[in-house]
Design a protein around this ligand. Structure first.
Ligand code: C2O
Ligand code: CU
Length: 699
């Protein structure tokens, strides 16, 4: 059973458990012994099912059950046992007799209160899991216990005038509530995450030790040796600007991120590629004639395609005409010097209307990338502030048909490039074709290519090793990710589809049906590619971790890691940018309160990303490609996978690694930008690098 399914079953069991206990209590109070006894039986079975689902879920990892094992389960078991012992025999007796006296007996507090109490306890578990999330900490646990105790006492008092020990029970409840609230709301000093040493506490063991505060005030997350706890494990005090600084370097002078810039001249043999991008609002006309008001670079969506050859110096002058919230340029997947990374409040200030910023970096990586604004990026990118960046190997300009295809939802319609209709292209059979798919949306897209065998030759700009031929395969592309498909033009049409619905590209062999290649009318060419127009929805999804051939990698899961960070993704109440929200959380916290991950230049870093929520999170680290070590405990058996965005689906656990070889201050965030906006982002900082910017919003 998948973890995702187990999480769903557990949710179902938790709701059923709470409903059945409360139902038994209410019907008992209504003096209906038969119904109450039946619901009591359901509650018992549901509680047992819940115990099973929690234990089964534990098999997927401690992250999935931390709050359940430490709090939800003990509370449920204790409350159910009490209810069974106190109410059970009386209920059964009354249900058997069903006379007036036994009806009265089941309406007594000694039956009703324990039944309802078990219901409150079960409900508290649901609140813990869904409102507070991961991890459970003493403060919220105390608060919830106080609420349950208060509800039990209140119910009891409402039913009878004399509650033994009411005074002291109320006092104890109040003390627990105050203590819990103090633990939750008292602020403490911010901290950075140092990452556990792998030979020290096991990652899972460390999790329930630390990370006790989830209020968003205390940034002492899991796997951290928080300074405020007085533990000196080599963590140096972070500056005030904690979320935007790697703190002082070990002995060296701090380096501002603004010093980490690209060169002014290209390396020998390289050319300078100059571009000017001006952000402005404009109405763009799609291929169908449909008009969409958008935020554009140079009046177009996508922005101008940027191309270069490896070794060139790319110089982009960004201007902002009228985007009032400001703009920046971030080079997605391109490991530029940190000062060129375009993160407002961290590496630069956002460019205001009338302002400009010049980016310079050497085109070292070959392949398919994209750029986008990083200021209020959820809105900015959605509105159109993005474009493509493709770097060809030195002296090897693309041959044949090479199409760069950014896919985006613009004004509610799915566009490929600037087209909301299929792009129809003629190609001579035998022509080498390369399709560069880029997902610039917030959610994954599924691509299928029909009518020709092909290979998935590169992912996120990096070539795969020994990619095999694919036929009927669904290619799920994470938000922000890129796939390069390559094939030889067949003598019949080939069709690229998005989400099994939208035709994106139709390639027609030269001379096959010339009329269809001229106009873009989808009706005119509908018949031309029938051979490639079959159903694709049932094509199985390609598992990238098993595709291609293995090859040696500079590090493996067996390597010794200098830093080990775990990010548990969930939803919960947290402060994000100072306001309380039902946030997308990392280790129970939301930006900017998630501890900055601090690394040293040269460190080998392992990142474990766990998704215990119901949403997919395309995880994206700036400035580094990560090597996938494993997914759900299974190591990669195909080609090595170097990604900059990996899609962590509900219930999944990804282990990735990277070498910290690009000093700076970097964002590490979910590329569903609406999730990032709701708190799901943090910083990765190299020790000794500081930021003079204080926006700390990170875009
Ligand atoms: Cu493509 Cu921080 O993003
Ligand atoms: Cu997300």
């Amino acid at each position: 059973m998948t973890t995702d399914l187990l999480m769903a079953l557990d949710l179902l069991a938790s709701v059923l458990t709470a409903a059945a206990w409360v139902g038994a209590g209410v019907t008992a109070a209504a003096r209906r012994p038969r119904t109450a006894a039946a619901l009591f039986a359901v509650a018992l079975v549901a509680s047992l099912a819940r115990v099973w689902s929690i234990l089964a879920l534990a098999g997927a990892g401690w992250w999935f059950v931390q709050e359940k094992i430490t709090f939800v389960l003990p509370l449920l078991v204790a409350a159910s046992a009490a209810a069974t012992a106190l109410a059970g025999p009386r209920l059964l007796r009354a249900a058997r007799r069903a006379d007036a006296a036994s009806r009265d007996a089941v309406g007594a507090p000694v039956v009703v209160v324990p039944l309802l109490g078990a219901g409150y306890a079960a409900a508290a578990g649901i609140v813990q899991t869904f409102l507070i999330g991961y991890p459970a900490d003493p403060g919220t646990v105390l608060l919830l216990l106080a609420v349950v105790a208060g509800a039990v006492l209140g119910t009891w008092r409402a039913m009878s005038a004399r509650v033994p020990g009411l005074r002291s029970a109320t006092a104890a409840t109040a003390v627990a509530a105050v203590l819990g609230a103090a633990l939750v709301f008292l602020p403490s000093a911010p901290a950075t995450a140092e990452g556990s040493a792998p030979e020290g506490a096991a990652t899972m063991g460390a999790m329930d030790m630390d990370g006790m505060d989830m209020d968003g005030m205390d940034t002492d997350g899991m796997d951290t040796d928080g300074m405020d706890m007085g533990a000196d494990m080599g963590v140096r005090p972070a500056s005030q600007d904690h979320s935007a600084s790697g703190g002082p370097s070990a002995g060296g002078t701090p380096r501002p991120v603004t010093d980490l810039r690209g060169p002014a001249t290209p390396p020998p043999g390289g050319a300078v590629r100059r571009f000017e991008l001006t952000a402005r609002m404009a109405t763009v006309t799609l291929s169908s004639g449909r008009k969409v008001s958008a935020w554009t670079f140079n009046g177009q969506v996508p922005g101008p395609p940027l191309t270069a050859e490896q070794g060139d110096l790319i110089e982009v002058r960004l201007r902002n005409a009228d985007i009032t919230s400001g703009v920046t340029l971030h080079w997605h997947g391109y490991d530029v010097p940190s000062g060129e990374d375009g993160v407002p409040g961290l590496t630069q200030d956002a460019v205001p209307p009338g302002g400009e910023f010049v980016y310079r970096f050497v085109a070292e990586q070959v392949g398919t990338y994209w750029y986008h604004t990083h200021e209020v990026s959820d809105i900015g990118v959605r509105m159109g502030l993005y474009g493509t960046l493709v770097v060809a190997p030195k002296g090897a300009a693309p041959t044949g048909l090479d199409l760069t295809l950014p896919v985006h939802t613009l004004g509610g319609v799915l566009v490929t490039g600037d087209r909301d209709q299929p792009l129809v292209k003629q190609a001579a059979p035998g022509t080498p074709v390369r399709l560069r798919l880029i997902n610039t949306d917030n959610t994954p897209h599924r691509f299928t290519l029909a009518g020709t065998p092909y290979r998935l030759v590169a992912v996120d700009g990096t070539d795969l090793n020994g990619p095999g031929t694919l036929g009927e395969a669904g290619l799920r592309l994470a938000a922000g990710g890129r796939y390069d498909l390559a094939f030889t033009m067949p003598s019949s049409p080939a069709v690229l589809k998005i989400d099994d619905r939208t035709d994106s590209v139709r390639l027609v062999p030269e001379g096959a049906s010339p009329t269809t290649t001229q106009g873009a009318s989808p009706t005119a060419d509908a018949g031309a590619v029938a051979a490639a127009d079959g159903q694709t929805a049932d094509w199985p999804e390609l598992d990238l971790t098993r595709y291609g051939a293995p090859a040696p990698t500079p590090y493996t899961s067996g390597s010794r890691f200098d830093r080990d960070f775990t990010l548990v993704l969930d939803r919960g109440l947290a402060l994000t940018n100072g306001r309380p929200a039902y946030a997308h959380t990392v280790n129970g916290l939301a930006f900017p309160n998630i501890p900055t991950e601090v690394v040293r230049d040269g460190d080998l870093v392992r990142l474990t990303v766990v998704n215990r929520g119901r949403d997919t999170h395309p995880w994206h680290l700036h400035g580094h490609r990560v090597l996938v070590l494993s997914r759900n405990g299974h190591s990669v058996t195909g080609s090595p996978l170097w990604l900059d965005t990996f899609d962590v689906r509900p219930g999944e656990v990804w282990e990735v690694a990277f070498r910290a070889d690009n000093p700076g201050l970097w964002m590490n965030h979910c590329h569903n930008l609406s999730h990032a906006d709701l708190g799901m982002m943090l910083h990765l900082a190299y020790q000794g690098v500081t930021s003079p910017f204080h926006g700390a919003h990170g875009g």
